[in-house]
Design a protein around this ligand. Structure first.
Ligand SMILES: Nc1nc2c(ncn2[C@@H]2O[C@H](COP(=O)(O)OP(=O)(O)OP(=O)(O)O)[C@@H](O)[C@H]2O)c(=O)[nH]1
Ligand SMILES: [Mg+2]
Length: 465
């Protein structure tokens, strides 16, 4: 990987805006600025981080736009290299022309994420911090934003480094006993080593346990609305969403597919799913829809089981078996609900209408999607369930899928090393496993030089970041 060439990109999103920002980074950035900028003095004479007004010119000194240029000298810039930022008027054509002028003057068009990649390669941030930049850009809730900010500040990286340091010390100890076999590892020492390895394993496991919270922060809590046809599932989705997203009608079986929308519930990101209503159906399409309902329920973090209180209680509320509706299926989720798990909230809708005798004293939350009554209580209940399942990320360190894979491998190798220690195998065996664990941990923060990891991380960025 070469970091010698100078890159340039428009860092603001395409389209019309008040201003656009063009960034140039690399050894020739300031030279390029000199070539395309006409102001009171040349950019190469600017103080670092100070903005100057001037004219941006293209080929043959043709005026492109008036703009503001600042020079950020290495190593005190975002990328750690000489970096130039040019703000111009935000038209698509203007920013394209400014970029073109930079390219003519010797820069190369940057790939997505290349500025952040350089920041990483120049030691300005570790890989978890670089990933936090993507999370920050994509954050849609306050919580997700806070988590990304703390990761950007290096909290996750620091924890990984701490575990790594302990592992390195342990490995050094074991390597010493390989180099000086006559000294060996005494039983006493063996025991301390085991204790130290155990505490490392615990620390890795604790980070792994935040994977669910990380998924929630990045993707949202999966909440699935299900129940008999015509109960008001689609009406509830529309209500929670705040607009009429899904078709609502009094025809049974209106919704035949699963429909997903993102909702922000007091800062908690939610993926809300409306599903095809449950009933015995002859129609192939509807049966397929019900099969999808079942699939969604298996992946749900939380289920909202909704029924029409104005109608008799559907049979599956008693038998809790979907088989009565669909021939052969038997919902595991329904069975779980019977066992009294907390992942399900039973909701009786249409509380504006009289209640059917079947529901007398039935313990459930009563709402009306028509009048909005009971909806605040339902939202509170949803949030309480999420908190109870520990899905609400209060602690801001939360790992992503890539981190999880690395940490799982690290833990596996630590477990193997632990087993080898327990069996008093020769220290070489232990050292091999610990070394692998060390590598896996290093991958999280990008210490191991594995180019494909870098490619997969930085290709998710937008250009100019
Ligand atoms: N009176 C009253 N009617 C409601 C209420 N909520 C929904 N409805 C009506 O009930 C009917 C069914 O609502 P939907 O939201 O389409 O029900 P669904 O569960 O999505 O039905 P399917 O998609 O067929 O499974 C519609 O005519 C709604 O207007 C309510 O709280 N009170
Ligand atoms: Mg519906």
């Amino acid at each position: 990987m070469t970091v010698s060439d100078t890159i340039a990109a428009v860092s603001t999103p395409p389209g019309e805006g008040a201003i656009a920002l063009i960034r140039v980074s690399g050894a020739n950035a300031i030279e390029i600025a000199d070539e395309i900028f006409r102001g009171k003095e040349e950019p190469s004479r600017f103080d670092s981080h100070v903005q100057h007004l001037g004219e941006i010119v293209g080929a043959e000194d043709q005026l492109i736009d008036q703009g503001v240029l600042s020079v950020h000298r290495a190593p005190g810039s975002y990328t750690g290299e000489d970096l130039v930022e040019i703000s111009c008027h935000g038209g698509t054509l203007v920013s394209a022309k400014v970029l073109d002028a930079c390219l003519r003057a010797g820069a190369r068009a940057a790939r997505p994420g290349e500025f952040t990649e350089r920041a990483f390669l120049n030691g300005k941030m570790d890989l978890t911090q670089a990933e936090a930049v993507i999370d920050l850009i994509r954050a849609r809730t306050d919580l997700a934003l806070r988590s990304a900010t703390e990761q950007l500040e290096g909290r996750l990286g620091n924890q990984i480094r701490k575990i790594r340091d302990e592992l390195i010390a342990l490995l050094a100890h074991i390597n010493a006993s390989i180099d000086f076999p006559e000294e060996g590892i005494s039983p006493d020492e063996g025991e301390t080593l085991c204790v130290r390895l155990d505490s490392i394993r615990e620390a890795i496991a604790a980070l792994l346990a935040t994977a669910d919270q990380g998924r929630v922060l990045r993707e949202g809590v999966r909440v699935v609305i299900y129940g008999a046809t015509n109960a008001g599932k689609s009406s509830l989705l529309n209500r929670l969403l705040g607009y009429d997203r899904v078709i609502v009608s009094d025809t049974h079986g209106t919704t035949r597919d699963t429909i997903e929308e993102a909702v922000n519930l007091q800062g908690v990101p939610i993926r809300l799913l409306d599903t095809a209503g449950l009933r015995a159906s002859e129609s192939e399409v509807e049966s397929k829809g019900i099969a999808r309902t079942e699939k969604s329920l298996q992946l749900a973090d939380l289920r909202l089981h909704i029924a029409d209180r104005n109608a008799p209680k559907p049979a599956h509320f008693n038998s809790r078996k979907l088989s009565e509706f669909n021939g052969q299926t038997n919902l595991p989720a329904v069975a779980a609900a019977e066992a009294g798990d907390s992942n399900e909230i039973v909701v009786l809708n249409k509380s504006d209408l009289p209640e059917d005798n079947d529901w007398k004293n039935f313990p459930a939350l009563r709402i009306s999607c028509l009048t909005g009554k009971g909806l605040p209580e339902l939202q509170t209940e949803i949030l309480a369930c999420i908190r109870q399942q520990n899905l609400r990320p209060e602690s801001a360190v939360a790992i992503n899928t890539r981190h999880r894979d690395c940490l799982r491998r690290a833990l596996e190798f630590c477990d193997r090393a632990g087993a080898a220690m327990g069996e008093a195998l020769s220290p070489e065996y232990i050292a091999v496993d610990l070394d692998q664990a060390l590598r896996a941990l290093g991958e999280v923060i990008g210490i191991v030089d594995v180019e494909q990891i870098l490619d997969s991380v930085f290709s998710q960025f937008c250009i100019g970041k």
